[in-house]
Design a protein around this ligand. Sequence first.
Ligand code: DGJ
Length: 730
Amino acid sequence: MYRLCLIWIGLMSVLSPASAAVRYVAASKLWILETGKTSYALGINELNAVQNVYWGKRLAREEDLSAAHTPRRFAFESDESLANEEYPGWGGMRYAEPCLKVSLDDGTRDVVLKYVSHQVSGEDLEIKLKDIRYDLFVVLHYRVFPHNDIIRKQVSIQNRTGKTVLVESAQSGVWYLPEGDGYRLSYLTGRWAGETQLNREPIQPGKKVLESRRGNTSHQANPWFAIDYQGAADEEHGRVWFGALGWSGNWKMVVEQASNRQVRVVAGYNDFDFGYSLKNGESLDTPPLYGGFTDQGFGESSRILHRFEREQILPDRAAPHVRPVLYNSWEATTFHVDEAGQKQLAEKAAKIGVELFVMDDGWFGQRNDDKAGLGDWSVNPKKFPNGLKSLIDSVNKLGMKFGLWVEPEMVNPNSDLYRAHPDWAIHFNDRPRTESRNQCILNMARDDVKEHIFSVLDKLVSENNIAFLKWDMNRHFTEPGWPEAAVPEQRKLWVKYANNVYEVIDRLRAKHPGMEIESCSGGGGRVDLGILQRVDQVWTSDNTEAFDRLSIQNGFSQAYAPKVMMAWVTDVPNMNGRSTSLQYRFLVSMMGSLGIGANLNHWTDADFTLASRMVGYYKRIRNTVQQGDLHRLFSPLQGELTANQYVSKDGKQAVLFAFLHSQQFRYPAPTIYLRGLDERALYRVESIDGKLEGKLKTVSGSYLMNRGLDFKLGGDFDGAMVILERVADR
Ligand code: DGJ
């Protein structure tokens, strides 16, 4: 067996040419994973464990890397705890956050994983590990995305012990930083109407836990991190290691600085209330965990993720296309939708260039407020006596596609569905089930519930010309019981629920390939790389107030592409009682995927004229905003200015947005230096609002990046936009 293994390894190393994305170097027992600009190396150490060796900028020569070597133990530390194991189980003398914790039915709670075999195929590497005593296997799957500078880790835990194994913690993997202290962590937290706020703080000895225990990704924290060294990185410079988890259920990221000054990030399923029993022959797959490195600062780390999402994650990844301009009825009509009212809004929306008209909540069952109707997905005949067809036909005749709001995972106790199936709601027997927004959660982990939801949505989409679903989820889990399942199976709910949401979406999309989906959860409660594999865009926040949006969007853009960031222009006064000009609101929304959510019945002629103009500009620049490179020039978290610049993929267009928050002491706004242009090229400058200082017509990239631009911005909440078209290469 051992000899066979060696022959296999030898063969694979011969078959791994020096340019391949994954190579095995038999002499040093190292695997080298290479992207265009990064290297990741791991190897088999003296203890036959798989150990991380390097993660950072691409190395010129693999010969420079030494074989994996276990540091020598000292008092109270073991060899294995000092080795950076790629997938440490909780067993032996290990005290840091483990990747795997199990309990066997003979009482054993100890797992020690050793290398068994591996397989390299193209951009994939699979390494099989096995417990030292039991036939408990862990297969580590690595996928390299050479053009995107991203590596994905995913793990399959396989039980062949002949016994039942309870998995108590299953992580997707661990990322190790080069040894030492002085690292700084960037992460995103928030709350409803205040999502994706960027935090930066030094990493100290001990653990920082980012997590969701709420059943979905959550508004409160988002599964993304970035780490830089000595706080030395900025938007353009410095080493940044970053990663994100693709999971829309309970998740956890533990950033730990161990006592040997080793910083590590373990991420995967949240082990809080976790318990996944595996019968003999069963397995559990973890969510994908992505990671990358750049030495060009936070700006480049975000651009790497944005490109990766567009090219490898999103449903249109094979041929990325731009998002349509959308209208959504929610803030205009709330639950009071009806055929005449929606048609009236649709006519007005079409006039300003909207391409997708979305009717939000209120169209079904007895849904007149948030107290009833969820679960009864048939059209309310009083509001829509002709069904949806008449409205959809009118919308289509106006040249727009039609989209519809649904909240499939939920049920109001005041609904026919709940009256028929009270047991379908998540609950513990004989205990109160908490209602939040007057609703309970349908137990999507159950196959009958999953099938019901699929068939309801399938019928809706099959019977109507629906091009887009806004899939909402307006509460978090409480009392996560599943009393109908056997007790050892009940806690699988946490995993099965999210997987079944994925399955329903995947099946719907497969059956209705033209239909697109937006992920919403009371705003941005379900935004992660798992849901983004199956939806085209996300609702960023229920907070549509333009100034607040600047910081929400700034945090969002750290991890997620502007293309998926839905941003509506809505009415004022808005949240915080703040009023900003319509132009300012448009400019803020135009930095993502533009939508309009205002009550168009209240707009003046001047508003319509301005809106048509802004939508026209947006259509000119959206390819650049959605598919191009984002450069964050001024952060809303510092100083009086926010400025973002986007450069198209082909470098032919660039767009600059600048916002002054609140002027003081008559200071002029600071000069803005552009980035990412060609120094020698000439650009035609178009100030769409005349707020650019000077009479610049055509200037060089060198001028724009070194002399920079000044703006006549004053007062409170002022904004400006400049379009640059490359007209000549000098
Ligand atoms: C929460 C969403 O975030 C809103 O945009 C809207 O769709 C409401 N739900 C409808 O109930």
